[in-house]
Design a protein around this ligand. Structure first.
Ligand code: RAM
Length: 490
């Protein structure tokens, strides 16, 4: 399906390929004052988060080197990574993502340029071996960094110090993720993910305003749809554009609100019309998951069938239904459709009838009628409950000790949005201050993929060594702070 359109879509995507701005940066501290010996270790601090490639100018001191210099490099986004080791790593995603390198330098002097691109603030260099006849001098160290974000487009944010600090960190996060596409994390994955794109596009709309990049990403997803027209959760751009064989119920549907948001921000009706049939097709594909008798979505045990959050054990059924409603409402704003409008109402009613405990003001999810913050939040974002009732749900979840919590800034974004939608703007502001502020207070230059204040070692992958500390979906405080949604009457 849509195959005949793909060549033109790819051309449009390529015509919006952004220029990469490059900058040469040098460490602000950590350059060794004396020649290094075997087993020495240094940490270069570049003073902020960057994405780029490292070069060192090296020479020897003493006798002519009679053995290679054997060096180990560790690129760290966050200082906690400086002392982490791969030993004993049993996580379920590849250790290949860990930003470590070992290099033998046979001839000195040398310009040593590492070929890979890294995301880092710190570079730890361990001298694994020299010989007793010479020592190693690092004469210069610099990185050629890249981003497609244009800093000159962003105005400084007025406001309190804490707001500025959070905004700065959010901007840095988005900036580092803005490369040839909106990457989800420049350390790990480095791909275009739909859930992340949706939030990056929001933040971009009030900051770098790189709408061509959003358009490019929408078209890339269109090209990556499979033979049934299903949009994958993420895609690769190298060696050529190809969808990943990972599909998530929510991520495919999020193509619709992403397209709507782009059309609203730019007024580009042509792109909206061009991609609308594919967007609406995601709703058609989602139909097979609904039970027509009850209008409820069927649950699934397949891990990742619907993402929502990295909270392990979270039942997604209630959220999935709410996300369908949310996305179908976005579709209505792109094109009127009375039949779809009726179906949305039926599915809202079904949620209230089957999954809403009116006495406790709580939505439940799945066979075990699980209570989670996520279910309440998505029910609010879908408009299934509003106003006072929405506030009651949030309060009930907060008062319920067994309610499953949230672990990603991605889910926390939705929480803050739900607070704004229920009129609790002060509370929304406070969550930003507490949650994202806690990352800033612990030294973050960019916001993280996952942050559970109750367990700083939490990782969805089995070890924090593969966590990403500059992750696109965490950049939205800048949108909250700049768009006016936190203000009254917004
Ligand atoms: C992780 C990625 C990405 C996210 C998916 C669902 O693998 O970091 O950002 O969208 O999960």
């Amino acid at each position: 399906m849509f195959e005949e359109k793909k060549a033109a879509w790819l051309e449009k995507a390529e015509s919006c390929r952004p220029a990469l701005h490059t900058e040469t940066v040098r460490p602000v501290s950590g350059m060794p004052q004396k020649a290094l010996r075997e087993n020495d270790s240094i940490v270069l601090d570049f003073g902020n988060h960057f994405v780029g490639k490292l070069t060192l100018r090296l020479r020897s001191k003493g006798s002519h080197p009679d053995a290679p210099a054997w060096l180990q490099f560790k690129f760290c986004e966050n200082s906690r990574e400086l002392n982490e080791t791969l030993e004993g790593y049993r996580g379920w995603i590849s250790r290949g993502w860990v930003q470590q390198e070992q290099v033998h330098v046979d001839v000195l002097p040398a310009m040593l340029s590492l070929p890979r691109r890294y995301a880092f603030r710190y570079v730890r260099i361990d001298v694994l071996a020299l010989s007793s006849k010479y020592s190693l001098v690092i004469e210069d160290a610099f990185a050629e960094t890249t981003t497609s974000a244009d800093d000159s487009r962003v105005e400084s944010l007025p406001g309190e110090e804490w707001e500025k600090a959070i905004d700065r960190t959010a901007l840095r996060t988005l900036r580092s993720c803005m490369q040839d596409v909106f990457e989800d994390g420049p350390k790990r994955d480095r791909r275009l993910w739909l859930g992340d794109l949706r939030l990056q596009a929001l933040a971009n709309s009030v900051t770098y305003r790189s709408f061509g990049l959003v358009k490019r990403c929408l078209y890339l997803f269109a090209c990556a749809a499979d033979s049934e027209g299903r949009i994958p959760a993420c895609l690769f751009t190298e060696p050529q554009v190809e969808g990943d064989d990972t599909y998530m119920f929510d991520y495919s549907l999020f193509f619709i609100p992403t397209l709507l948001q782009y059309a609203q921000a730019t007024g580009d009706r042509e792109t909206a019309e061009d991609l609308l049939p594919l967007a609406l097709h995601q709703l058609t594909l989602a139909e097979k998951q609904f039970d027509p008798a009850t209008q409820l979505i069927q649950d699934s045990d397949r891990m990742g069938w619907c993402f929502v959050d990295w909270k392990l054990g979270l039942n997604k059924q209630c959220c999935a239904q709410a996300i369908w409603i949310y996305c179908a409402q976005a579709a209505l704003r792109l094109r009127e459709d009375p039949a779809l409008a009726a179906l949305i109402e039926a599915r809202k009613a079904a949620m209230l009838a089957h999954w809403y405990d009116r006495e406790r003001h709580l939505f439940v999810s799945g066979r075990d009628r699980q209570i989670s913050h996520a279910s309440q939040i998505w029910a609010i974002l879908a408009g299934v409950v509003t106003g006072e009732e929405a506030c009651a749900c949030l309060d009930a979840a907060a008062a319920c000790p067994d309610a499953l919590g949230m672990v990603t800034p991605y889910m926390m974004h939705h929480y803050v949005e739900a607070l704004c939608l229920s009129g609790r703007r002060e509370a929304a502001r406070q969550v930003i201050r507490d949650y994202w502020g806690a990352m800033v207070r612990s030294g973050a230059d960019t916001f993280w993929e996952l942050f559970n204040p109750a367990d700083p070692n939490e990782s969805p992958y089995g070890s924090p060594i593969v966590n990403s500390y500059c992750h696109a979906w965490s950049c939205t405080p800048t949108w909250f702070l700049r768009s006016g949604v936190l203000e009254k009457n917004a």
